[in-house]
Design a protein around this ligand. Structure first.
Ligand code: AQP
Length: 327
């Protein structure tokens, strides 16, 4: 069976961009692939985190993985820091990555812009992401559009390593959706919906109350034309709402556009709020019924299973690079 790996950072509140761009795909893939889904807490440390909140958010994300429909009998769910081979391989890959390559990463440029100090971890983050993926001989990586560049770098590093030391890594392919791979902010629709945005009205979180969801959708920025047309360049806000409607109802953008043709933005917003509330309330009900001991058990089992794969890969890599084994 071919392998799928993906991860989400336990930072902030998980929003519908994370869900539609990445997490929802995980559920569909679990029947056809050997899947590992990770809570990438080491990535979270690239920017300052409150320790207690980070722990709480890691458990919350594990619960959300289960609540959206991931079945721990089929997939491995685990926490990145429980498998020390991730940072170990990241170091080895850093020694194979060029400073210029990391300097060109747009996420680094965006996240470091205007900051007085930036951690080295934020700069080398793509190597840790490459390690996450390459440790498990991953064939496919389902991610949102924003991760495309990091995945390209992962492929480049894997190819470079294989060329220098001989066939070692599987070269992974991205799995990026046509619709929903880039959900935009509800308040600034030229920017992606982002956990780190301080404006609560810019994003809908998976655990938001129905009244909050409705309020956020009704306040979403559109335009003054009042014509329903999918046109991301000239009508980014309205186009984002159509994308959301099409993603949540599993119809095409064209069908969504046709459905609301000739109607006001208010009608689209109202119906959209209803479909989001309905889908998220299913997830929220599942989430409420989860027990903390059960989640901890799943994470322990997940770490053991992930470790058993990671240990084999790291030994292979160290051997190829000439590191001396313990005799
Ligand atoms: N707006 C988005 N639309 C579609 N997919 C998205 N993803 C993130 N934002 C959108 C995808 O969600 C997965 C998990 O993301 P992450 O936790 O690794 O962090 P991120 O990409 O940095 O997400 P955020 O929400 O924007 O967080 P901050 O604000 O902390 O940077 C990934 O597959 C991502 O592509």
């Amino acid at each position: 069976m071919q392998r799928v790996f993906s991860g989400v950072q336990p930072t902030g509140d998980i929003h519908i961009g994370n869900y539609l761009g990445a997490m929802r795909q995980f559920v569909k893939l679990q029947n056809d692939y050997s899947c590992l889904f990770c809570i990438v807490d080491l990535h979270a440390l690239t920017v300052p985190q409150d320790p207690e909140t980070l722990r709480k958010k890691s458990i919350e994300l594990a619960g959300l993985y289960l609540a959206i429909g991931l079945d721990p009998k089929k997939v491995i769910i685990f926490v990145q820091s429980h498998v020390p081979e991730h940072p170990e391989l990241a170091w080895l890959l850093q020694c194979m990555t060029y400073f210029g390559e990391l300097s060109r990463m747009t996420q680094f440029k965006d996240k470091s812009k205007g900051k007085e100090t930036v951690s080295v971890g934020l700069f080398t983050y793509p190597d840790l992401m490459a390690a996450d993926i390459l440790l498990y001989d991953t064939n496919f990586v389902p991610v949102g559009n924003d991760q495309k560049q990091h995945l390209e770098l992962t492929r480049d590093i894997a190819i470079r390593f294989n060329n220098r030391f001989g066939e070692t890594f599987v070269v992974p392919e991205p799995m990026i959706l046509k619709t929903g791979s880039r959900i935009m902010s509800l308040t600034e629709p030229d920017k992606k919906m982002s956990k780190s945005s301080e404006n609560q009205y810019s994003k809908i979180n998976l655990l938001d109350e129905p009244s909050q969801i409705k309020k956020k959708i009704m306040r979403a920025v559109t335009d003054s034309e009042n014509v329903i047309r999918y046109d991301p360049e000239n009508k980014p806000g309205l186009s984002n709402l159509l994308t959301l409607y099409s993603s949540f109802t599993d119809i095409s953008i064209e069908e969504a556009e046709a459905r609301f043709k000739g109607q006001g933005y208010g009608t689209l917003k109202k119906e959209l709020a209803d479909v989001i509330v309905e889908r998220l309330s299913e997830i929220q009900n599942n989430y409420k019924n989860l027990d903390l001991n059960y989640i901890n058990e799943i994470l322990k089992e997940g770490a053991e299973k992930a470790s058993s794969i990671a240990k084999v890969t790291i030994e292979r890599v160290k051997d190829k690079m000439g590191l001396l084994p313990i005799k």
